[in-house]
Design a protein around this ligand. Structure first.
Ligand code: UN1
Length: 509
């Protein structure tokens, strides 16, 4: 494997031949080991952040906040603009690292860096548009308005599946808002975090911005807990499983902090008889097998009208036969590996559960063996015919398992689509205006994202990203998601010579 891209990202080779990158933030005694799911290689080792080192990081962040909040927002945007340009220069190398450390296809690795560049551009514009409203006071000689101030330190906990983009959705917006960030990346993709931070630190230094504006800490959930229990961190933005989100949400709420949770999905596409089957196939297959089924927006369920059920099934079967599974850095491959062997086991357990609960395999699954697959993480994307009510169907398995089921009326299809604990992304395939509008209406999809003639994954950064129910309720990225990273202050100013009280109250001395 040619790993020259690691050097371009400022990572260094240690004496024992693995890569590392951290300028030590202290005295690590434990190390995270990053293995590539592509070929099983130990790529690098990264020191786990101790509680003592964490305390230093927070102190640095607090000091940096005092300086950063005083920088005018458009100037903060200028720093982010320069970071976006650096990302353009590093797009190839960073995309390769994402693909090698996480296992998604190189196209998707580059796509993730593109999302970072796009959110930088969005944040630059936003830095001049952190608007508050002005209101008409009920009192004479008074003015009322609201303004938005930065919160302080934002703690970002991100998952392995989008090891660079999801951090940037949070950090770029938070930084133009005047916040400073501490990032705990997934323990499965620590090198991606170091690479992003290396590039950012160079830009911060060139602009004489304190390095504490953005820091990383490394480790598993225990290191994340340093932040979730820490009342000096007013906002925790966490992406990951619903299980993790419930713990993070409860911990942060117990100290009345704010949390922004982006958790599991169980995303469905309703396939109506009024759809273009070529659009259905492209949307469903990419949605189900892209990133090896490890997006929170991955398509998990296809709810197909009974009149076209057999036809869609036959076409899906044909499409799945054409899928090429292998090294994700090879552009000829459609599907790369799962992140690790634990994930492979979860996939296999789900296949067992499907059978036990009465499902029927339409395209069989299994683990691939052979020279190309020595990491042991390559699995076959598969399709099962099931009932929506099966326990396994109600659960999000982070793997390329697609469930198909039948419906007869649109009401029934929407009820099935909504009848899961999660509420992230959803789609309908139809050229019928009434069906599309009903699906998008208040009686339609209950998800944070609802699409027409598009699959469930691949959301653009310009919209607010997130979902309802067990997905956690948070919104990140575009639209007015920035408001979660700021505090709103209502200001009333009296420029008259008297003090009239609100609500007409008289209080004469
Ligand atoms: C995630 O899986 O955590 O919509 C985020 C998409 C991507 C983001 C997914 N833009 O599929």
């Amino acid at each position: 494997m040619n790993t020259s891209f690691l050097k371009k990202l400022g990572l260094k080779k240690s004496n024992e031949g693995t890569w590392t990158g951290q300028k030590s933030i202290g005295t690590a005694t434990e190390y995270l080991e990053s293995y590539s799911p592509v070929d099983g290689t130990l790529i690098g080792k990264v020191g786990v952040t101790s509680e003592k080192d964490y305390a230093k990081v927070v102190r640095k962040a607090e000091a940096a906040f005092i300086k950063w909040r005083a920088v005018p927002a458009p100037q903060r945007g200028e720093v982010i603009r320069q970071y976006g340009n650096e990302l353009r220069t590093h797009k190839d190398a960073l995309g390769r690292l994402v693909s090698y450390e996480m296992g998604k296809s190189l196209q998707e690795g580059w796509g993730e860096v593109q999302e970072m560049i796009d959110i930088c551009d969005f944040a630059v514009g936003l830095s001049r548009q952190l608007y508050g409203l002005s209101m008409h006071s009920e009192r004479p000689g008074h003015r009322m308005y609201e303004q938005w101030h930065p919160l302080g330190i934002v703690g970002i906990i991100s998952a392995f599946n989008f090891p660079v983009a999801v951090w940037s959705w949070n950090a770029m917006i938070a930084m133009v808002c005047g916040d400073v960030c501490i990032w705990k990346a997934s323990e499965k993709t620590p090198l991606c975090a170091i690479a992003c931070n290396n590039i950012l630190q160079k830009v911060l230094k060139e602009n004489k911005v304190p390095e504490g504006v953005s820091s990383i800490i490394n480790g598993d959930y225990k290191v994340g807990e340093f932040m979730t229990y820490d009342s000096r961190i007013p906002l925790i933005s966490a992406t990951g499983s619903t299980r993790m989100g419930k713990i993070v949400g409860a911990t942060v709420a117990s100290r009345l902090g704010k949390s922004l949770l982006e958790l599991g999905g169980n995303n469905a596409i309703i396939v109506t008889p009024n759809s273009d089957l070529s659009v259905v196939l492209a949307g469903a297959v990419f949605g189900a097998v892209g990133t090896c089924g490890q997006r929170c927006t991955s398509t998990r369920r296809l709810i197909i009208h009974e009149s076209i059920y057999d036809k869609v099934k036959a076409q899906l079967k044909k499409a799945y036969k054409q899928l090429k599974i292998g090294n994700p850095l090879d552009p000829a491959m459609h599907v790369g590996p799962l992140i690790d062997k634990d994930s492979v086991n979860a996939y296999l357990d789900s296949l067992d559960a499907i059978k036990e609960q009465g499902g029927k395999m339409l395209v069989a699954g299994g683990v691939l063996k052979g020279e190309e697959y020595t990491s042991g993480c390559y699995v076959k994307p598969c399709i099962a015919e099931v009932e929506n009510s099966y326990k396994i169907v109600q659960h999000e398995t982070f793997a390329p398992i697609l469930y198909v089921m039948k419906y007869s009326t649109l009401d029934e299809a929407i009820a099935m689509q909504n009848d899961v604990p999660q509420g992230l992304s959803s789609a309908i395939m139809t050229n019928n205006l009434k069906e599309a509008e009903f699906f998008l209406s208040n009686a339609g999809s209950d998800c944070g994202i609802a699409n027409v003639n598009i699959g469930t994954s691949g959301a653009e950064i310009g919209g607010a990203f997130g979902g309802e129910k067990e997905t956690g309720g948070g919104r990140e990225s575009g639209s007015d998601a920035w408001k979660a990273y700021m505090r709103r202050q209502t200001n009333t100013i009296n420029y008259s010579d008297t003090l009239p009280l609100a609500q007409g109250i008289k209080f004469d001395l």
